[in-house]
Ligand binder design. Sequence first.
Ligand code: HXC
Length: 528
Amino acid sequence: MAPRARYPCRPGRAQVRAKPLKDILEELDRRRDMAKAGGGPARVEAQHKRGKLTARERIDLLLDEGSFEEFDMFVEHRVTDFGMEKNRQPGDGVITGWGHINGRMVYVFAKDFTVIGGSLGAAHAAKVVKLYEQAMKVGAPVIGLFDSGGARIQEGVDSLAGYADIFLQNTLASGVIPQIAVIMGPCAGGDVYSPAIMDFIFMVKDTSYMYVTGPDVVKTVTHEDVTHEDLGGYRVHALKSGVADGAFENDLEALTQVRRLVDFLPRSNREKPPERESFDEPDREEPSLDTLVPANPNKPYDIKELISKVVDEADFFEVSPGFAQNIVCGFARLDGQPVGIVANQPQVLAGVLDIDSSRKAARFVRFCDAFEFPIITFVDVPGFMPGTKQEQGGLIRHGAKLLFAYAEATVPKITLITRKAYGGAYDVMSSKHIRGDVNYAWPSAEIAVMGSKGAVEIIFRNASAEQIAEHEAEYKARFANPFVAASRGYIDDVIMPHGTRKRIVRALKSLRGKVLENPRKKHDNIPL
Ligand code: HXC
């Protein structure tokens, strides 16, 4: 047998010449330029005319200059139904990658409305899923910028599948990495549930809206005529439904505020929230706090004044400032350590706990506990809101959310009662009984089952007005102070208002080594 040729070469076959490197690089540039052009100049102009930036412009503003590393710029859909083969754009309507915010890593996806309306098909969804898988492995927050017409209608069930794949990622990532959604245009149908599972939703005023079904479907089903804005604009979600945690004037402000929020957040639950050097003296006294609480117990005051005077450099990032304003939630630092703050607001509905304020604060407390933020609670609460509207709306279950969230939280919990702590609301607001670690009261605190007038009218139902006034004074003298609770050890100390910052900073330091674990279980059954 003849020996085999070592490098056989078929006779007559022309040798294939490799493309010169220069041509390959030009091709790369051409493809990159195509991807970066999005839907083309006309659609970009239309985007700008609506007061919206493009997806790439948004990413540039969100991230530190030059830090963005893009993934999957060349991914395209493979659909051929409904002439879609002629409507292919590299990137497929979503830009994904990672970069830095003030030097700290985040993953980003930004929907590009100029490409098929930012709608979601299989390839688009796969890019987002891949980003999530990477973010979970590495342990870094995900920020999603939403501007999309929802499920790509031409892709049918594949787009529904793509949404579900993302919802699963959102769910698995919950409590592991922080997730922030910024709604910067339409966010309809399938697109709304991803933000809904994420930790924070911010909207841009007047250019964004969120709804499950749009005005056309509403008209067909309920015969209601409604605008995009009235159905799902920021006034609906940031002020009434509580779906959104804030609304900003324009794209620039929204992205700047997200950068500010990210500065407070840990990369994942594998590390603590980032500390930074504080230039605010930890034992700074604030004499004006001695007169913050008015002599008249029914006169309101602004709890935000207390917050800004106590925290480092008065820097407070408020979450959901427009919704359930009777409770204030947000992030701040104390001697450089990030903390979550929850405070009843006597200026709105006397700081009462109702359905909305309970829901808002419960969600915030759970975020803090999941990501190791110590919780500082300022209490001035006359109780739970009475009335048929509240009871029919399920106040019992919603109020229990806040109680449950505080009770299960194992992070350091410091509580200060400034004035009223009445009834069940006293128990709920991070009391000693549900594992408050350090519980202080100002001398102006009143800890009782209810206000003295209401209490006396129940106990002495048939008494004369004169007798009622007498008993009221007696009840006040007995309970309208912090000393009964302090004598039982329910309050650790009665502190002077001007020394509040110093005492809370010291308490926080003392709790650095706190170790507390809940009983083992698959998961709890929070009253949803
Ligand atoms: C495919 C879409 C699209 C979509 C928009 N486009 N939404 N293509 N699927 N869902 C395309 C348009 O055809 C158009 O392409 C381009 O994007 C820009 O859209 P316009 O309509 O010109 O923009 P505008 O006037 O600003 O209106 C925006 C809009 C509207 C209100 C979002 O596009 C709209 O109503 N879209 C459909 C919304 C929707 O019903 N989505 C499906 C939801 S159901 P051309 O080439 O003409 O410029 C859903 C179920 C999933 O999501 C459930 C999973 C759990």
